[in-house]
Design a binder for this molecule. Structure first.
Ligand code: ZN
Length: 131
């Protein structure tokens, strides 16, 4: 398993990690298999979405805020329940196909680390399984 570090900038942040994960795949020497990208955090997530237009990330964060308000009389006393709920909705991992030594992604797809309770220094685990 490999670990990559991600520094998030604001309370909410989508950090593109596609190039870092591609580098881990390349260094592994695996030509065909599966790549699991996993965030070991309860207030963050991993997702795949549009990479070309930054406004898509802004819209996702905006709409998540509408569904899950920051303050809603939550029981969790740490004050970051909204971040925990967003983490569960987005999910903390993605599985990608490796073909010919590279990730298989659609033309407009990028891989994101999703911060819901930053800024923080975070980790992403990458596990590569050879076919
Ligand atoms: Zn908490």
């Amino acid at each position: 398993m490999q670990t990559i570090s991600v520094s998030t900038k604001g309370r909410f942040d989508f950090v593109e990690i596609t190039h870092q994960i591609r580098e881990v795949v390349r260094e592994s020497g695996v030509k065909n298999g599966i790549c699991v990208v996993y965030a070991p955090h309860t207030t963050a997530g991993i997702t795949i979405n549009e990479g070309a237009d930054f406004s898509v990330r802004k819209d996702i964060l905006k709409e998540l805020d509408k569904i899950i308000p920051l303050d809603d009389n939550y029981s969790h006393l740490e004050g970051n329940s909204a971040a925990h709920i967003k983490s569960s909705i987005i999910g903390c991992s993605e599985q990608l196909i490796i073909e010919n030594g590279d990730l298989v992604l659609g033309t407009w797809q990028s891989l994101y680390f999703c911060e819901f309770d930053g800024p923080r220094n975070r980790k992403v685990y990458v596990k590569i399984i050879e076919e």
